[in-house]
Design a protein around this ligand. Sequence first.
Ligand code: LMR
Length: 391
Amino acid sequence: MLDRLDQQPPDALLALIKLYEADPRSTKIDLGVGVYRTADGATPVFRAIKAAERRLVESQETKAYLGPEGDMGFVRALVPHVFGVNGNMGGRVDGMQTPGGTGAVRLAVALAKKAGVAKIWMGTPSWPNHAQILADCGVATGTFNHATGDGAADMDALREVIANAGAEDAVLLHGACHNPTGVDYANEEWDEIAALVKDKGILPIIDLAYQGLGDGMDADAYGLRAVLAAVPEALVAYSCDKNFGLYRDRVGALYAMGASADDTTRIMSNGAALARANWSMPPDHGGAAVRVILEDEALTADWLAEVEDMRQRIGQVRAKLAEAGTAGSVDLTPLGAQKGMFAMLPVSKEQVQELREKHGVYMAGSGRINVAGLTMGNIDAFVAALADVTG
Ligand code: LMR
């Protein structure tokens, strides 16, 4: 029977990790998968996480099962940071822990499907796994253009999609630090989106995977909070991969906002049932470490300072890229105004390959770069390589 399964290619983005590791050149530059790097090119464990892990080792008395919802202390301690003070809206906002942001998106889509969603609309380009998850869940997908050629969000495309959406449709939006374009909606645009989604009555699903790396923790939640303030119900997929540096520990959360606290309880009971049938319960360690941080004022302050350092560094790299102006045929100036870790460069697959083979620059075949992979030490070499292949 298993002979019927065709060979699948490895995930293109994740395959870059191994390709990069196998390259012996000391000058290689990794702009592939979305992992934050310091000015020295490292991805260290956060100070606050190390401290929390030490406390966990000393104080944790059991590793017995929790439940499909995971560590609810973790889930609820995140609420004020994501949704704001009083962000649980008297119980209307609640959640459950998931294996990473991917698990949260997967659960959001599965919940929407179980609730009878007709079609989920998503802007393109998007994080490649969005389309894969939608396809694997067997949900009809519609797409619209996310960004205009001049680096702004394509509001006309979104307006048109919402205007023509069916009553049973949903729209999947990136909360901040759009992956892969770095093009976010301005606050006024979020206000308009909130009103449009409310008027049309479609379900908003918001994926917030990079909070704190764009304009700051609260600023990056503006859109999410604006939409939730306007509509009766919403789903939110959250990732702690980047802003707690917990990538491989798989820490995320799925939040639902229902019309009432009772509605939210009912929605989350479906989330728990779906989780049980999928992964039973999420891995505990990373979520517990986040909870320890968020329950401690000093550790929380230290964590926020670490996120702010990351944000500042990304801003510095973006400013330096913008300062470079053009590299060959590529205009780098829009990168200065974009947000978060990613940017799309107008390069062909052949040019991406040449960058890799000739210059040791690793980036996604789509032309996406992880800006955080650049340092003041390798940025000039990157710009020169880009000029060489596109000039
Ligand atoms: C990325 O887009 O590079 C990250 O979100 C990692 C991933 O899982 O794809």
